[in-house]
Design a protein around this ligand. Structure first.
Ligand code: KIV
Ligand code: ZN
Length: 391
């Protein structure tokens, strides 16, 4: 049983951080299609772009802001009045606008990237958050490279942002460096040590450089975060961001261990994944969890036999729950008699025992030579066997 305090806000950044994947640029029309799909998917916040980055980005944030009926629309802005003004200008038509402003807080970023002293960074946080809050009631602040920030300075920065009016505090793992246990404890300690931490919602934003983005995001929620920033198919800078579909299905499938709820309509996951893949040109790897072509496909004879008896033997969630019509039993050299007979039935054939055995042998011989055996291959095997038996 869950209560509202276990409701996790899903902040989708496919159109901003996701678009920062090399080669993933989307046109305005494509961004609008994705935003509409995200609203139908039930995400809570759409980060539609970085309004100051280009006129195209401004226009897409602005158009998405006009179109969304119930979803919050957000634009990213650095800690500068010019950035924040541009974000606000683009967001004005939104039913629920959010300004997301950020600055780096790690020693490395402050010294080499910003070339600012820590005191100057604190002043910039106070000034930028207060400026944004003057324009918009919903202001998110992020400490870029948060997971490599010194503990005391992290607390001080977050305290400053909350005092200036930030309503969401995001602690990004910008370079995908943290581990689940470390990140969970970091969020717990922030909530315990920062004054007035109950005035803000804490958020996670994980990159996947070590393949830990989803695990880290879930750990942050276990530590008290109640917003997850993620993207469809996990697209994003370098190795990508935390994959929305994996997080949401982990909550749904392991609700016993992860009693968190989202507003996501999981049955829309597959079509949203396919749309994002087609507009970005980024193919989804076959073995990708939840949305990969093989996520609900079974080839080995033992697994296919189990599936035909009871799907729960080899599937922990149903294909229907993510919007797929059915699982697939892929016919290959590992397939057994049971699956072959079912396949023949699907194709409209009922063979006698002798015909069946010779067709099955011919299928196995072909499968040894050919990676994938298609329905047409099976049809011609059966036709040949039937003709042989007729003569
Ligand atoms: O990875 C990151 O730190 C970001 C911030 C701008 C939120 O994308
Ligand atoms: Zn990021």
């Amino acid at each position: 049983m869950t209560t509202d305090k276990n409701r996790v806000i899903i902040f989708d950044t496919t159109l901003r951080d996701g678009e920062q994947s090399p080669g993933a640029s989307m046109t305005l029309t494509e961004k609008i299609r994705v935003a509409e799909a995200l609203e139908a998917l039930g995400v809570d916040v759409i980060e539609a772009g970085f309004a100051i980055a280009s006129n195209g980005d401004f226009e897409s944030v602005n158009e998405v802001a006009k179109l969304m009926k119930k979803t919050s629309v957000c634009s990213l802005a650095r800690a500068s009045h010019k950035d924040i003004d541009r974000a606000w200008e683009a967001l004005k038509p939104a039913v629920k606008p959010r300004i997301h402003t950020f600055i780096s807080t790690s020693p490395l970023h402050m010294k080499f990237k910003l070339q600012m002293e820590p005191e100057e960074v604190l002043e910039a946080i106070a000034d930028s958050v207060a400026y944004a809050r003057n324009l918009c009631d919903d202001v998110e602040w992020s400490c870029e490279d948060g997971t490599r920030t010194e503990e005391d300075f992290l607390y001080k920065s977050i305290e400053t942002a909350i005092k200036a009016g930030a309503t969401t505090i995001n602690v990004p793992d910008t370079v995908g460096y943290t581990t689940p246990q470390e990140y969970k404890e970091m969020i717990e300690k922030i909530i315990a040590n920062v004054p007035d931490s109950d005035k803000a919602i804490f958020s996670t934003h994980c990159h996947n450089d070590l393949g830990l983005a989803v695990a880290n995001s879930i750990a942050a929620v276990q530590g008290g975060a109640r917003q997850i920033e993620c993207t469809i198919n996990g697209i994003g800078e370098r190795a990508g961001n935390a994959a929305l579909e994996e997080i949401v299905m982990a909550f749904r499938t392991r609700h016993d261990m992860l009693p968190y709820d989202t507003g996501v309509v999981t049955e829309n996951i597959t079509k949203t994944s396919r749309l994002v893949s087609s507009v970005t040109g980024l193919a989804v790897q076959n073995n990708k969890a939840i949305v990969g072509a093989n996520a609900f496909a079974h080839e080995s004879g033992i697994h296919q036999d189990g599936m035909l008896k009871n799907a729960e033997t080899y599937e922990i969630m149903t294909p229907e729950s993510v919007g797929l019509k059915e699982s697939s039993l892929v016919m290959g050299k590992h397939s057994g008699r049971h699956a072959f007979r079912e396949k023949l039935k699907d194709l409209g054939y009922e063979l006698g025992d002798n015909e069946f055995m010779s067709a099955f042998q011919a299928f196995k011989d072909l499968a040894d030579r050919k990676k994938t055996v298609y329905d047409e291959d099976i049809i011609s095997i059966v036709d040949e066997n039937m003709q042989d038996n007729d003569h």
